[in-house]
Write a protein that binds this ligand. Structure first.
Ligand code: ATP
Ligand code: MG
Length: 206
């Protein structure tokens, strides 16, 4: 079903990134290589519709952490599109903007398998699936095989747009990192050192 006429492939990695960690970076890098993505655009969410955390860090801080984390990878870039938008962040709106901005690019949305399993609950999921392909990167604890079987049976027309990606599994989450900071446990080696220092400097998650 995918439109293989478009030779340029653009990866999009959405997330709260509070903070960004090696789980995100490994998923993005493996997706870049496997799907020939010329670029992966990290897009920190504004107000995430699925999260009810009230203490989410300011968009500018999350954006800056992403910038620090990706600076040594020439194929990675960061967009403030969602944090600058008013109201809740809906992926479908972001994707409409991006597909207009990059018309000759095939868009690949990269998620972990936890997020992949939820995509049918996203606003205008059907519309999203007409705009892009999904790459679901393996995440420990979130098996995708039942989900993929379900799609195969119930939505055979879109199964070709959902790509499962095996990556070296990293059981790292932002929730755990925030917990560790709060409880004075180490976070070194779970995320780039530049991000760890930023968290320290700005007293985040304490
Ligand atoms: P939180 O614990 O706050 O939800 P998180 O670690 O899940 O944070 P998010 O910002 O929610 O990070 O995730 C952004 C995207 O990255 C999602 O698609 C998520 O599935 C994916 N992702 C996060 N961590 C990993 C990981 N360790 N391996 C693979 N994918 C991941
Ligand atoms: Mg998450």
């Amino acid at each position: 079903m995918s439109n293989n006429k478009k030779v340029n492939h653009l990866g999009i990695m959405g997330g709260t990134f509070d903070p960004i960690h090696y789980g995100h970076l490994v998923a993005a890098e493996m997706a870049r290589s496997k799907f020939n993505l010329s670029k992966v655009l990290f897009i920190p969410t504004g107000i995430p519709p699925h999260k009810n955390r009230r203490d989410i860090s300011a968009g500018e801080l999350r954006f800056e952490m992403v910038e620090r984390a990706i600076q040594d990878n020439p194929a990675f870039a960061c967009s403030s599109l969602e944090i600058e938008r008013q109201g809740p962040s809906y992926t479908v709106e972001t994707l409409r903007v991006l597909s207009r901005a990059w018309p000759e690019h095939e868009l690949y949305f990269i998620t972990g398998t936890d997020a992949l399993r939820e995509i049918f609950s996203w606003r205008e999921a059907e519309e999203i699936l007409t705009l892009i392909e999904f790459i679901g990167a393996a995440r420990p604890g979130f098996d995708a095989s039942d989900f993929l079987e379900h799609v195969q049976e119930e939505h055979p027309d879109i199964i070709g747009k959902i790509h499962y990606l095996e990556v070296p599994a990293l059981a790292i989450s932002s929730t755990d990192i925030r917990f560790r900071v709060r409880h004075r446990q180490p976070i070194r080696y779970l995320l780039p050192e530049s991000v760890r220092l930023f968290i320290q400097e700005h007293n985040l998650y304490t």
